[in-house]
Design a protein around this ligand. Structure first.
Ligand code: NAD
Ligand code: IPM
Ligand code: MN
Length: 364
């Protein structure tokens, strides 16, 4: 059976096009080797879309996204729009496409690659074996709650952290399902010692846990959790949390892997799954050809797994990434002055991944 997949590429701003370019080349290699029919389309989003169409999410982009089997996004955001209100910035395009596609469970894995814990600035004995899967609620909380306003007259501004029970139930179920296939532990992160919305979150997650007797549930406050992740990352399996806490903690957890440029994500549960590396447009390194493409490539692997049902191919891509790292090839973010690192450009790292991917297929 020919696997057919319509994939929309929304590369966006800064390093977005640089890293998604490598991810697309990897997907094309997978399609070629397996005889799959992957159709790629490209549309603008973010700052480039504001410039070309006056909107961070043009209608054409949204229409094409809704008509796709999967959407692969690079990054949005550019300093030139910093003075604009949130609703007009490149980031608004990302929030709009997330809402329209409807995925509410953002899966963000972060782990110490076996044998490569030296990538992390943390001591090897702390990170060795760490393997955390964040389940970040993506459509609620402060990002979408109303009212929200900056009242210039009153010199005051406010946002609203709001969740309904149903919103918490559906994302909690995803976390428990995933944990039941992993190490059977969910850590739910909130601020229930201060916030009513977190009290609703905690009570709801506790209720959902009743249906999963084989999965252990623990609760942590977000401030303590920020420390525990650095001190004892091995203690966690699935970490379930609301939108903003998940945004912050998942960037922090990049330290386990060694670089923010390593982290992939997949957003599931809606009409069309959305795949995006965790990092942003990285204006400080954009255009230099040195961005780490592995987060985007691992995001493509998640796409193969969750939208194409190609588990084996996804694992082969991940194995090729591991071999690239095992052999010492790195973009500068991971090399961190290590004299023995074989420092390569974005494209060269992408090429290495494809070389090992094709090599592994040929030797099967
Ligand atoms: P960022 O993630 O872009 O960068 C943070 C740091 O990590 C920078 O030093 C950057 O160079 C480094 N980094 C990130 N990705 C890297 C990679 N692939 N390889 C090597 N180094 C990498 O966060 P920021 O600087 O706070 O934000 C920049 C812009 O990106 C802002 O406009 C922000 O809103 C936007 N942003 C977008 C997304 C997204 O589109 N999903 C995510 C986060 C931030
Ligand atoms: C992320 C980003 C986005 C978020 C921004 C750019 C809207 O930081 O994907 O982590 O906060 O969700
Ligand atoms: Mn973020």
């Amino acid at each position: 059976m020919t696997k057919k997949l319509k994939i929309l590429i929304v590369a966006g701003d800064g390093i977005g096009p640089e890293v998604t370019g490598e991810a697309v080349r990897v997907l094309k290699s997978v399609a070629e080797m397996g005889g799959y029919d992957f159709q790629f389309r490209e549309e603008p989003i973010g700052g480039v879309a504001i410039k070309a169409h006056g909107s961070p999410l043009p209608d054409g982009t949204l229409r094409t996204a809704l008509d796709s089997d999967a959407v692969l996004l690079g990054a949005v955001g550019s300093n030139e729009f910093n003075a604009l209100p949130p609703s007009q910035r490149p980031e608004a395009g990302l929030l709009k496409i997330r809402a329209a596609l409807g995925g509410f469970a953002n899966l963000r894995p972060s782990f110490a690659w076996p044998g490569l814990s030296g990538n992390s600035p943390l001591r090897a004995e702390i990170v060795e074996g760490a393997d955390i899967l964040f389940v970040r609620e993506l459509l609620g909380g402060l990002y979408f709650g109303e009212p929200r306003q900056w009242d210039k007259q009153a010199n005051a501004a406010w946002n609203t952290m709001r969740y309904t029970r149903d919103e918490v139930v559906r994302v909690a179920k995803v976390a428990f399902e995933l944990a039941s296939k992993r190490r059977k532990k969910v850590t739910s992160v909130d601020k229930a010692n201060v916030l009513e919305v977190s009290q609703l979150w905690r009570a709801t997650v506790t209720d959902v846990a009743q249906s999963y007797p084989g999965v252990a549930l623990e609760h942590q406050y977000v401030d303590a959790m920020a420390m525990h992740i650095m001190n004892q990352p091995r203690s966690y399996d699935v970490v379930l949390t609301e939108n903003l806490f998940g945004d912050i903690l998942s960037d922090e957890a990049a330290v386990i892997t060694g670089s923010l440029g390593m982290l992939p994500s997949a957003t599931i549960g809606g009409k069309v799954n959305l795949y995006e590396p965790v990092h942003g447009s990285a204006p400080d390194i954009a255009g230099k050809g040195i961005a780490n493409p592995l987060g985007a490539i691992l995001t493509a692997a998640m796409l193969l797994r969750y939208s194409a049902g190609l588990d084996e191919e996804a694992a082969t891509v991940e194995a090729a990434v591991k071999r690239v790292l095992d052999e010492g090839y790195r973009t500068p973010d991971l090399a961190r002055g290590d004299q023995s690192a074989r420092v390569l450009s974005t494209t060269e790292v992408g090429n290495k991944v494809r070389e090992f991917l094709v090599g592994a297929a040929a030797s099967r």
